[in-house]
Design a protein around this ligand. Structure first.
Ligand code: F6P
Length: 344
């Protein structure tokens, strides 16, 4: 039997609790191992704040619960580096053999760095953005996509009634997976993603063209990280936060104002925001999260370290953390051109 430490880092994501549940059940039932949950991401390890997780009825009920019972936080990488000795101390004090951090780019990068420093780590990828490399999908994406698609479906009917242009901003800082897929799934007329800078005049021209041919409305999905082409339009952002991320202040809002100014058409903008991260995971995400949790614990007991569980086709496999965090998985050109073929 082993003693496993688990934590959730970065933004929360539907399915985190389902992973925790699977880790605790598998560790106990399959290996007689115990699991300690560190609270509020890496902070729990830096400050030795934790709870003992048990394979009981309460744990069972975590499958459908949104958020994370462990709490989560973003931690500045420098603070983490400065706390390496403390982290090792906390692990020693609690007899932790292996750590399972469940997180996105920031958390997995930290996990990779810790594993280079000799801490045994098996990472579990999570993000609604679906932008972690070396895994086909991350849990949370399907839930966010479902929420976004439902919202856009609803906007169609109100947009149609008023013959309006509707802009819908969805999450996706660096990658347009949610935007592209929710745009496709809901039959949006245009989708703007970070991977492909947009030209404001082209957006306006397409809106005009569609209304001229008698269309009732125009729906454009805008990823929060979508940016205009050089010289096309100035977008004001909120600067850079302490983690090096751009603070978004609403690209869709600003684009909406610009469209109204250029073509005198009534525009309404909806920013979906954190509603995309809330609530219970879809069945797909519950299953993927559970499979990740089970496989992470199997990997721990097989003596693996410095790895991340990943979905590869129909199977769950392991990849080197180093490879997984090398770059983000952005939408490839072929995919967005494919999708664009449905619009225009
Ligand atoms: O990475 C997940 C994500 O939801 C992004 O889509 C979004 O840009 C960001 O987190 C928002 O972060 P916060 O919860 O800190 O506002």
């Amino acid at each position: 039997p082993m003693r496993i430490g688990v934590l959730t880092g970065g933004g929360d994501c539907p399915g985190l609790n389902a992973v925790i549940r699977a880790v605790v059940r598998t560790a106990d039932a399959r290996y007689g191992s115990s699991v300690v949950g560190f609270l509020d991401g890496w902070r729990g390890l830096l400050e030795d704040r934790r709870i003992q997780l048990r394979n009981d009825d309460r744990n069972d009920r975590l499958l459908t619960k949104g958020g994370t019972i462990l709490g989560t936080a973003r931690v500045n990488p420098e603070k983490l580096r400065a706390g390496l000795d403390q982290i090792k101390q906390t692990m020693d004090d609690n007899g932790i053999d292996v750590l399972i951090p469940i997180g996105g780019e920031g958390t997995l990068t930290a996990g990779h760095w810790l594993s280079q420093e000799g801490v045994p780590v098996i990472g579990v990828p999570k993000t609604i953005d679906n932008d972690i490399d070396c895994t086909d999908v991350t849990f949370g994406f399907d839930t966010a996509l479902t929420i976004a698609t439902d919202a856009i479906d609803r906007l169609h009917s109100t947009a149609e009634s008023h013959q309006r242009v509707m802009l819908v901003e969805v999450m996706g800082r660096h990658a347009g997976w949610i935007a592209l897929h929710s745009g496709l799934a809901s039959g949006a007329h245009m989708t703007l993603i970070p991977e492909q800078p947009f030209d404001v005049q082209e957006v306006c021209d397409l809106v005009k063209k569609r209304f001229q041919r008698g269309d009732s409305h125009f729906i454009c999905v805008v990823a929060e990280g979508a940016t205009p082409k050089e010289g096309s339009m100035e977008i004001r952002d909120g600067g850079i936060d302490e983690f090096g991320h751009v603070r978004f202040t609403g690209v869709a809002q600003q684009l909406g104002v610009e469209i109204e100014r250029r073509i005198n058409k009534e525009v309404r903008t909806t920013v979906l925001g954190h509603v995309q991260r809330g609530g219970k995971p879809t069945p797909y995400d519950r299953v993927l999260a559970t499979r990740f949790g089970v496989n992470a614990v199997d990997a721990v007991h097989a003596g693996e370290k410095g790895k991340m569980v990943s979905l590869q086709g129909a199977e769950i496999g392991l990849v080197d953390l180093e490879e997984a965090v090398r770059q983000l998985k952005r939408v490839p050109e072929s995919r967005y051109l494919d999708a664009a073929a449905f619009f225009g």
